[in-house]
Ligand binder design. Structure first.
Ligand code: HSE
Length: 401
């Protein structure tokens, strides 16, 4: 029997316990032996909880117990999760996690420690919630050169953008809903400012390139500047607004960005709404494949962590593929891809803006005080040059069809 400890008994941690207990028989068949939870580490007590007797407050109890072979870490944040994970790996215990903050910041180091000690460090749940995406990248698409990833990687913002567009809901109200449903981070700034999506695309880019991609190096815009009027224009053009995370490689150069974009019906990501995530992967032989599913929430995320636990148990100490080095990937400015931009300008500046953005299409959404313009395709540098000549521009959103 494999004995597991769960670090953190919050939304995801309690979900991991629920998944392992609910599917115990199936899991035993697939893992080749029974898998049971011996400890739950948390600072709090949980009187009345069916597993309250498993709760311990001292990590040493777990780290010093030779019976524990796998740990499911769902504490979130860098510390003390980093120290606990490192010590667990050093003692040969495998660790599975949903903690994207830790994987992004310390993944290379922890993967190194795992390897040195014959343990595995797995983090399927850190990207795309319940969607299997990292394992397919490292175990299925091994004969392909992956040169592009475009993803809706944050459930909270996708939920907010969907509800604002479809129900005219107010930003703060929908954000509270997303928090109540367990989608949002404890500090939802990471969601709405795009950092969570940035961490996830950084993890994917690191796995694809084998080098470390710090998310701070990725150009990131969140959704806080999107207003109800933007949705009105988008609807008028038959487009939806989504927070996209992108990774591209072209001619040996790499770039990544996170930003809201307007997308049309031909883009498979158009249909990805609510808390769902969608990830389009492009390979030089594969062409395109899309991964779609529940991107956040207790059980989907827990399902991915528990799947990693099963993999660790059946690996019997064998090292599983996937990882990257500490060498930092050189990210270029995202200048080579041309795209259209949607801009809003005050009505009195519309003619002047049209002269600057020659050939753009006027979008009338019925507002007397402003107009929208859909520009010709251009790269970011050309756009920024022109934007400087329209200082009263109210808003600009990329259009990714
Ligand atoms: N806050 C994250 C999201 C949780 O909304 O996508 C899943 O990583």
């Amino acid at each position: 029997m494999a004995k597991v400890a769960v670090f953190g008994y919050g939304t995801v941690g309690s979900g991991i316990v629920e998944v392992i207990k609910t599917n115990q028989e199936l899991i035993a068949q697939r893992a080749g032996e029974e898998v049971d939870i011996k400890y739950i580490l948390d600072l709090r007590d949980f009187p009345g909880d069916p597993y309250e007797n498993l709760v311990v407050h001292d990590v040493e109890v777990i780290l010093n117990d030779p019976e524990i072979s796998v740990i499911a870490e769902a504490m979130g944040g860098i510390n003390p999760a980093f120290t606990f994970t490192k010590r667990a790996l050093e003692s040969g215990k495998s660790v599975c996690t949903s903690n994207k903050e830790l994987v992004e910041a310390k993944g290379a180091e922890l993967l190194g420690v795992a390897k040195e000690n014959g343990a595995n460090y797995l983090f399927e749940a850190s990207v795309g919630g319940g969607i299997p995406i990292l394992r397919p990248l490292v175990t299925c698409l091994t004969a392909d050169h992956i040169d592009a990833v475009t993803g809706i990687l944050n459930g909270t913002t996708n939920y907010i953008l969907t509800k604002m567009a479809e129900d005219g809901a107010d930003f703060d109200t929908v954000l509270r809903e997303a928090q109540n449903m367990g989608y949002a981070e404890r500090n939802p700034e990471a969601d709405i400012e795009g950092h969570d999506a940035g961490r996830k695309i950084a993890i994917m880019a690191s796995l694809i390139t084998g080098k470390n991609v710090p998310y701070e190096k990725i150009y990131t815009e969140g959704i806080t500047k999107i207003t109800p009027r933007d949705f009105t224009y988008a609807k008028r053009m038959g487009l939806v607004i989504r927070l996209l995370a992108m990774y591209r490689e072209r001619k040996g150069k790499f770039f990544a960005y996170v930003a809201p974009a307007m997308i049309g019906k031909k883009n498979p990501l158009y249909a990805v709404s609510d808390v769902f995530n969608g990830i389009l992967v492009h390979g030089n032989m594969l062409g395109e494949a899309m991964f779609y599913g529940a991107g956040a929430g207790k059980l989907p995320t827990a399902s991915a962590v528990a799947g990693d636990v099963v993999d660790c148990v059946r690996a019997h100490g064998q090292l599983l593929p996937g990882g990257w080095s500490t060498e930092v990937l050189d990210l270029s400015e995202h200048t080579f891809r041309e795209k259209k931009f949607f801009i809003r300008v005050p009505a009195e500046d519309a003619d002047a803006a049209e002269k600057v953005f020659e050939g753009s299409q006027r979008i009338d959404a019925g507002f007397a005080d402003e107009v929208g313009l859909l520009t010709q395709a251009m790269d970011e540098v050309a756009f920024e040059e022109k934007a400087k000549q329209v200082p009263t521009m109210i808003a600009r959103i990329r259009v990714e069809n």
